[in-house]
Ligand binder design. Structure first.
Ligand SMILES: [Zn+2]
Length: 339
């Protein structure tokens, strides 16, 4: 019933076999365009033998517009995948929050919307709310699995990682960690995500489908090494799910399985100023290990403010811009998975 409420329309036919691309049209009436729409690129590559058989997968990137590696990887996948090597349906949404992607920003310049804090969205809300609603109510129910490619974006950089919501049962945990090993990023970590949350992770849990996400690297750039992990990982997961029949590139990293279980894994700036990191990505730290010094711009004769880690762990994420405000995230940790 709720599905009919969306204002978005798709130029592609989700029930058709073959390779299609076009736009989701999001009606947007503004001064320069009274009857216009926002064109959100979408593709589907399908081979179901005409009877809808085979796995159904949604691949997404650009949920945050400044997270670039996944957007490049999915564009290349659209161009390179041949329906003959596909089984079932693969829907590809490379720049999910398209207005944010076009602005190179995490959030949409049209409504300040953060797509991954907007689920389930609102069919009558701003553009970001409408996109969230369309994904949760129209796209997720069409698939059994969603892979959402994130990265550190402009403000963070990661050791390339896969992540997901920690499942309740041992069997589901085994399945989730197996997919992380198949993707083949250096790290795979599980987090606690409440079911009523505003992220796609929670949305997938609400719809009852499997979900995997990534934090590929970031720093507002695309690197060959992160792209290689992204492209190989997507193909390996598709192959594992039975959606791709051609052999994917072999895994190059043994995935270290890790977890984040609380807010104490995150390290924040205690003062505004210039961020001097004291550790690098991959560092093993203890509670009390110095993390950073925050230097005072306007009173350089004042001693910098020290920031320390509040628990032990491995540094898997680090802030990029040197200028910080109080409350900015400087690092986050992960610890080895306790099954
Ligand atoms: Zn993101």
């Amino acid at each position: 019933m709720a599905r009919s409420q969306t204002r978005l329309t798709a130029e592609i036919d989700f029930d058709r076999d073959g390779k299609q691309h076009g736009f989701l049209r999001l009606p947007y009436s503004v001064h320069r365009s009274a009857y216009g729409w926002i064109p959100i690129p979408i593709a589907q590559i399908s081979n179901t033998g005409g009877n809808g058989a085979g796995p159904r997968v949604l691949l997404m990137a650009g949920n945050h517009g400044d997270e670039l590696e996944g957007q490049v990887a999915l564009g290349r996948l659209i161009r390179s995948l041949d329906p003959a090597e596909v089984r079932g349906h693969i829907i590809i949404l490379p720049s999910a929050n398209f207005p944010a992607a076009m602005a190179g920003m995490r959030t949409s310049p049209l409504d300040e919307g953060n797509l991954n804090r907007s689920f389930p969205g609102d069919p009558t809300g701003g553009p970001t709310e409408q996109i969230a609603w369309y994904i949760e109510k129209e796209l997720l129910p069409r698939v059994e699995f969603v892979l959402d490619l994130h990265s550190g974006g402009s403000s963070l950089t990661y050791i390339p990682s896969t992540l997901g919501r920690r499942p309740e049962t041992p069997e589901a945990l085994e399945r989730a960690t197996e997919l992380m090993r198949v993707f083949g990023a250096p790290i795979g970590y599980l987090t606690m995500v409440p079911l009523d949350g505003p992220t796609i992770t929670a949305a997938a849990a609400r719809v009852g489908i499997c979900h995997l996400s990534t934090e590929l690297a970031g720093g507002g750039q695309v690197t060959p090494s992160a792209l290689r992990i992204a492209e190989g990982g997507v193909r390996r997961v598709l192959h594992k799910l039975g959606a791709l029949t051609t052999p994917p590139p072999p895994v190059e990293h043994t995935t270290r399985l890790m977890q984040i279980t609380g807010q104490d894994y995150y390290c924040y700036a205690t003062d505004p100023g210039l961020f001097e990191p004291l550790v690098e990505l991959g560092a093993e730290v203890e509670a009390g290990t110095p993390a950073a010094l925050i230097h005072s711009h306007d009173t350089p004769w004042r001693e910098p403010a020290p920031v320390a880690f509040t628990r032990a762990g491995t540094v898997i994420c680090k802030r990029v811009p040197g200028r910080v405000e109080r409350g900015d995230c400087l690092f986050h940790l992960a610890t080895d998975l306790v099954a």
